[in-house]
Structure formats: structure tokens, C-alpha cells
Design a protein around this ligand. Structure first.
Ligand code: AMP
Ligand code: MN
Ligand code: MN
Ligand code: MN
Length: 276
């Protein structure tokens, strides 16, 4: 019998709403056999998730989703099966979290200039973990009635040209691949269909990523359409990359994304988990 894999998920350590242990419990109850915890730029939830995985009899893959700036785009790179204690990885993530702290204050100041007070404090209160991200600001803005839902928030605020936007200055692709490799992990491009890139630019990214030692593409993602699974599967095959699958679960508040319900990889894909 084939196992149920979900190799992309978030906890309260970054912008998810379930604590690492709660997330693992829900994943196990939802039929997931192998779960990767991949918080943004942070690995501090892995120890708790690992303990819970023992309790709930699930295999935990230690992971991280790292923010990268590449040719004017923000790109997310998953590190799967990393040694989360590796010094190069930890040092790189520490710098990203320092940048995130500064950016959060800057987002607060930007919203203040638009007449929205208390956003930084509000976002910090909603962020119980190690970092404050845009999703915490988004939840604050919805709570205060500035938008009806998260989708609308990200149209009205926090994106280019809108109040609360701060240009992300993240890590370099080559550095992130180096950290992941030093930590013994496999690098995978997260949700490749979500970057608003032309086909040729996306293929340039995939080509550079491959050259730098990147191993996989997230073919099946909670944020991909069925058509996009097949398009991304073709890119993976063209570049000799492995295929991954992950829900990008952030918590039960989003009814569109559930744990344990990902479709199978399209035919012809070589699963990344066969190489762990
Ligand atoms: P950050 O890394 O702090 O810039 O925040 C990025 C995160 O914001 C993503 O990982 C998502 O969780 C969330 N996000 C970005 N755009 C949207 C959107 N349109 N709708 C809902 N969540 C979003
Ligand atoms: Mn997120
Ligand atoms: Mn992402
Ligand atoms: Mn994610």
C-alpha cells in the first residue's frame, strides 16, 4: 500500500495557527503517514513535532521553507529532511529572522502612515511563535474590519503598490542551496506555479536551481490547479528534477486546504520521498 505524504506545512512557529504538536496530531488523524513541517525561515518547531510524531505514530520529515529573492521575485525554497541543528543553516535562518523583525516594524510604520494604528502590536500578539509575517498582519486587518477576508486583505494591503507593502530582501538562491546541502537536506522549489513569472522566466529559475544542486519541484501543491500539476510535472521531467507534494497547510481556518487529501503525483514523476 502506498503511503500518504504531505511535505509542506506550517505551525505557530511561523504563520500557521496550530502548534507543532497539534498539527502532527491532526495530520495523523487525517490519514497522513509522512509529514514535513516546513515553517517559514525557522526550524524551532521541529523538536516538538518530532515528539508528537512518536506519540501519534507518524513519520516526521524535518523541513523549512526559506524565503529567497531572485531577479526581483520572492521565491520559496523548501529544505526537506534537513539536520535542523546544522550551523550554516541556523546562521542563515537567524539572519532572515532578524530581517523579518525589522520588516514587521516597517510594515507597521507603513500602515500607520495610512491611518491604521496598532498593526505592529496587533500582529505581534497574533504571532505566538518565532516570527511575524504578513499573514499575521493580514489576520489583524481582517479582525479590525479593514477587509472581509484574507483574500481581500492581500488585494488591498501588504502587496506591491498597496499600504503595508515592504519590498522583501531575502536570501540569495545560491546561499540557500548551500545551507540546505550543508544540512544534508534536499532543496525543492515550493509552489512553482505561484510566482507570476512567464514560462521562460520560470524555466530560467528552474535551470539555475538545478545547476546549484536543487533536487525537486513541488508538483502537487494545495495552491496549484489540476492543470498546474501537469505543467509542473513536465518541467520537472524536462530538468531531471524529482517531484514533491505538499498541502501548504496553515490551519483549519482555511477550509480549502485539508490535511491528508492531496491527489497522487501525475504519471511519470519520480517522487522526492524515494530519495530520502
Ligand atoms: P511573508 O513570508 O511574511 O511575506 O508572508 C507570506 C505568507 O503570506 C505566505 O506564506 C502565505 O501564508 C501568506 N499569503 C501571501 N499571499 C496570500 C494570499 N493572497 N492569501 C492568503 N495568504 C497569503
Ligand atoms: Mn505562510
Ligand atoms: Mn510559500
Ligand atoms: Mn508554505
Amino acid at each position: 500500500m502506498s503511503l500518504n505524504y504531505d511535505l509542506h506545512s506550517h505551525s505557530t512557529v511561523s504563520d500557521g495557527t496550530l502548534a507543532p504538536g497539534e498539527l502532527v496530531k491532526l495530520a495523523a488523524e487525517s490519514g497522513v503517514d509522512v509529514l514535513a513541517l516546513t515553517d517559514h525561515d525557522n526550524v524551532s518547531g521541529i523538536a516538538e513535532a518530532r515528539d508528537a510524531a512518536r506519540t501519534w505514530n507518524l513519520k516526521l520529515v524535518p523541513g523549512v521553507e526559506i524565503s529567497v529573492s531572485w531577479n526581483g521575485h520572492t521565491v520559496h525554497i523548501l529544505g526537506l529532511n534537513v539536520d535542523e541543528t546544522n550551523p550554516a543553516l541556523c546562521q542563515g535562518l537567524r539572519q532572515l529572522c532578524e530581517y523579518r523583525s525589522w520588516r514587521a516594524e516597517e510594515i507597521g510604520r507603513s500602515l500607520q502612515r495610512e491611518g491604521i494604528g496598532g498593526a505592529y502590536e496587533g500582529a505581534c500578539e497574533l504571532a505566538t511563535g518565532a516570527l511575524v509575517g504578513r499573514l499575521h498582519f493580514a489576520r489583524f486587518l481582517v479582525q479590525k474590519g479593514h477587509a472581509a477576508d484574507l483574500k481581500e486583505v492581500f488585494r488591498k494591503f501588504l502587496v506591491k503598490g498597496r499600504p503595508g507593502y515592504v519590498n522583501g530582501e531575502w536570501a540569495r538562491l545560491e546561499d540557500v542551496l548551500d545551507w540546505i546541502q550543508q544540512a544534508g537536506g534536499m532543496a525543492v522549489i515550493a509552489h512553482p506555479a505561484r510566482y507570476n513569472m512567464t514560462r521562460s522566466k520560470l524555466r530560467r529559475l528552474i535551470g539555475e536551481f538545478r545547476e546549484l544542486g536543487g533536487r525537486g519541484l513541488e508538483v502537487v501543491s494545495g495552491s496549484h490547479s489540476r492543470d498546474e500539476y501537469f505543467t509542473m510535472a513536465r518541467h520537472a521531467r524536462d530538468f531531471g528534477l524529482l517531484a514533491s507534494a505538499g498541502s501548504d497547510y496553515h490551519g483549519p481556518e482555511n477550509p480549502w486546504i485539508k490535511l491528508g487529501q492531496l491527489p497522487e503525483l501525475p504519471p511519470g514523476c519520480e517522487p522526492v520521498w524515494e530519495h530520502f
